[in-house]
Design a protein around this ligand. Structure first.
Ligand SMILES: Cc1cc2nc3c(=O)[nH]c(=O)nc-3n(C[C@H](O)[C@H](O)[C@H](O)COP(=O)(O)O)c2cc1C
Length: 318
């Protein structure tokens, strides 16, 4: 697989990132991906109790990641989390080299992080937000299409239209996310103008992910039509649709439920209940539309190796 600007920027062998995953992306997963030549990413709340302390948890995860790998890894910070400033302090203290910000204003911490030689990548899902992030000085963008698991952009743009339009509008490297689970997806993303990819759903169903087996099995068993966007009055989010939880949410939305009513139904840590506890009927089982391509639970290294090994064959066929 060719070296791109994303490889150079992040100091990695392959331009493949493991996406941040709120309760799931812990040091073990991130280190496994980084050791296999990609960029592993830690989320501050990974493995944490529902009302735990994300700042302490992040500190612990970074220390552990450094024990498990000498390769670069990143931290994902959704900017709507409480305590973002404290989380950034932990990142700076440990000299983490890559931060991927999402769900907020990229102007907030970019300069501070870069002044400490940390690369900043911001997640966007429209041309407008891509331009704002570039103007804020971020080093690269993750462009996430509506195929992606978890929260989506409000305009729900598919990756195939999003990437080329962003590529025409900005000069910084683009990392494509949403719906990519094999080498064909990587080749397509590169053809559209991306120089890297970020996978989430595929890295849930790996041995190193701390996700509950019920959740991993549900992803492996899901087909092309088994996900849906729910939560639109709050923020569109893609999850497995044939669960009690999603069915209630979809019915509430169809009946015109308010954002407050949906928030109340969801309760605290809804994606933790599904992801970590395996209670798919009472929690939000985030899942991307590429789940139909995820057919077995392997190691993270095997995922990276098969993405890399399959790539030349795909390109040759074109
Ligand atoms: C369980 C789960 C939790 C996620 N949580 C976050 C998050 O906290 N922050 C974030 O930026 N993206 C989050 N994502 C999105 C991923 O980082 C990634 O961009 C997305 O899953 C890519 O699309 P795919 O699922 O089709 O591969 C999450 C994805 C999953 C599967």
């Amino acid at each position: 697989m060719k070296k791109t600007r994303v490889c150079e920027l992040l100091g990695i062998q392959y331009p493949i990132l493991q996406g941040g995953m709120l309760w799931l992306a812990d040091a073990g997963l991130a280190a496994a991906v980084s050791n296999a030549g990609g960029l592993g990413v830690i989320s501050p709340m990974a493995g944490m109790k529902p009302h735990g302390n994300p700042v302490k948890n992040l500190d612990k995860q970074i220390v552990r990641a450094k024990e498990l790998t000498d390769q670069p890894f990143g931290v994902n910070i959704p900017l709507d989390l409480r305590d973002c400033g404290l989380l950034m302090e932990v990142i700076l203290e440990h000299e983490v080299r890559v931060v991927i910000t999402a769900a907020g204003d990229p102007r907030l911490y970019t300069e501070l992080l870069q002044s400490a030689h940390t690369r900043v990548i911001h997640v966007v899902s429209s041309v407008k937000h891509a331009k704002v992030a570039e103007e804020a000085g971020v080093d690269a963008l993750v462009c996430e299409g509506v195929e992606a698991a978890a929260r989506n952009g409000y305009d729900e743009l598919p990756l195939f239209s999003l990437i080329p339009q962003v590529a025409d509008a900005v000069r910084i490297p683009i990392i494509a996310a949403g719906g990519i689970a094999d080498s064909r997806g990587i080749a397509a993303a590169f053809a559209l103008g991306a120089e890297g990819v970020q996978l989430g759903t595929r890295f849930v169903a790996v041995q190193e992910n701390i996700a509950h087996p019920n959740y991993k099995d549900a992803i492996v068993n899901a087909g092309d039509t088994d996900t849906a966007i729910t939560c639109r009055p709050l923020i569109p989010s893609r999850s497995l649709k044939n669960t009690e939880f999603s069915q209630v949410l979809l019915a509430m939305e169809q009946a015109g439920a308010s954002a407050d009513a949906i928030r109340e139904f969801m309760g605290h840590a809804a994606s933790r209940r599904a992801g970590l506890e395996g209670d798919l009927d009472n929690g939000e089982a985030y899942c991307g539309s590429s789940a139909g391509l995820v057919r077995e639970i392997t190691t993270a290294k095997e995922v990276i190796q098969s993405l890399v090994a399959g790539y030349p064959g795909v390109v040759k066929k074109l």
